[in-house]
Design a protein around this ligand. Structure first.
Ligand SMILES: O=P(O)(O)OC[C@H]1O[C@H](OP(=O)(O)OP(=O)(O)O)[C@H](O)[C@@H]1O
Length: 375
């Protein structure tokens, strides 16, 4: 009867919009009364948007934290798009999950090792290359040189990649020895003379302590410059990346510990895997899909649940719209919304995709206010 097309209308907030949780984000209505069952039949599939939304939210929050510390301790915010690198592919439950979640992260940042995410952004959001990475050692490319061969392994990376950024994991045996003696003495002139930036990667231990200690050792060996805000920066050919144990909580405490010792956030890049793509679930942002309205034998019924055992589970009533005014989003229930303030767009109707978003549009909608002073 419908030529294979689903008789539903989906209205949704533009992708990338930053909306406080517990607001309506999209509505689904059947357009054929005979298919009254279709809306909640689609619940299972449609609620899966919780995942990229939650990754994007978590990643954006981390972007806000990093921006705040850059505002306070760095000359500018130019490095922000590459400050949180996605290391999460290996910890994802599937290639598809890594692609979808990793694309959520790429809404906010451009650094990723999750190639599946670049494929998703290219295939579904017309983005040629949404993310980038750099040449990097991993433990096997250091440890295959043997315990006594760490210096040769480092030299090999430095000479194989003679220009640009190169990231070299340095905790295979003893991060303190690697920073103080191997990088700081034996390979010091190689580091200084190389045409690019060496990014040293500690990868174990308590991140807050390790990062500050590594910075202090490198300072002792290579010195620092003071930036316009009076904070210390390693020489431009030297930076660090902390990619172990990074979540929004640890990120904040590392940057705070650095600031206390007068280190600029400019010195560090973060990598995050499990906490970025996997340590979240549908309840992290309390994402749910509920029936709120029905037309029963011509009678309009506002449908809702309100369990006595948990007031937090009360659902919204009636026809729903999302309004934006005075810088605030508000969900309006029971069909009382003002169409002029409604931000929803009809994105799908009777089998047709009516509005598609490019990755650039999503990114623009999600951008943080870079000029805002840190709170
Ligand atoms: O944010 P995460 O999910 O922790 O991902 C990052 C970690 O993953 C890798 O090590 P991996 O865990 O594979 O091995 P390891 O236990 O030997 O560090 C990498 O060296 C980081 O330590």
């Amino acid at each position: 009867h419908h030529n294979g097309c689903l008789p539903v209308r989906i209205r949704a907030v533009p992708e990338g919009s930053v909306v406080p949780y517990k607001n309506v984000l999209f509505t689904v209505e059947n357009t054929d009364p005979k298919c009254f069952w279709l809306t909640n039949y689609l619940e299972t599939l449609l609620v899966q948007v919780w995942y990229p939304m939650t990754v994007a939210t978590n990643s954006r929050y981390q972007k806000e934290i990093i921006a705040k510390f850059l505002h306070e301790t760095a000359d500018d915010l130019k490095s922000l798009p590459f400050k949180l690198h996605d290391f999460g592919f290996r910890g994802s439950t599937s290639v598809e999950s890594a692609g979808i979640g990793g694309a959520g992260h790429l809404v906010n940042f451009q650094g990723t090792d999750t190639i599946a995410a670049i494929c998703v952004a290219r295939k579904y959001y017309s983005c040629n290359i949404a993310g980038f990475s750099v040449p990097a050692a991993e433990h096997s490319t250091i440890t295959t040189w043997g315990r006594d061969g760490e210096k040769e392994a480092f030299t090999n990376m430095m000479t194989h990649f003679p220009t640009g950024i190169v990231s070299i994991v340095s905790d295979s045996y003893d991060i303190w020895n690697a920073c103080e003696n191997v990088w700081g003495q034996q390979l010091k002139s190689l580091v200084e003379k190389r045409d690019g930036t060496l990014v040293i990667r500690p990868d174990s231990g308590e991140p807050t302590e390790v990062v500050v200690k590594v910075l202090n050792i490198l300072d002792d060996k290579f010195g620092h410059v003071k930036n316009s805000k009076g904070f210390k920066q390693l020489p431009p050919y030297l930076r660090i990346i902390q990619g172990d144990g990074i979540s929004y909580e640890t990120l904040s405490s590392i940057l705070e510990a650095m600031k206390k010792q007068n280190w600029s956030a400019e010195n560090i890049v973060f990598g995050s895997g499990g906490a970025l793509l996997q340590k979240l679930n549908r309840d992290t942002q309390k994402c749910a899909f509920k029936c709120s309205y029905a037309l029963i034998n011509g009678k309009e019924v506002n449908v809702y649940k309100q369990p006595v055992t948990d007031p937090g589970k009360k659902s919204k009533k009636g026809r729903l719209t999302l309004e934006y005014s005075d810088g605030q989003y508000k969900t309006v229930e029971e069909g009382k919304g003002d169409p002029k303030k409604d931000v929803f767009v009809t994105v799908f109707e009777n089998g047709k995709l009516l509005r598609d978003y490019t990755f650039d549009e999503v990114r623009a909608n999600a951008e943080i206010d870079l000029l805002k002073k840190p709170s």
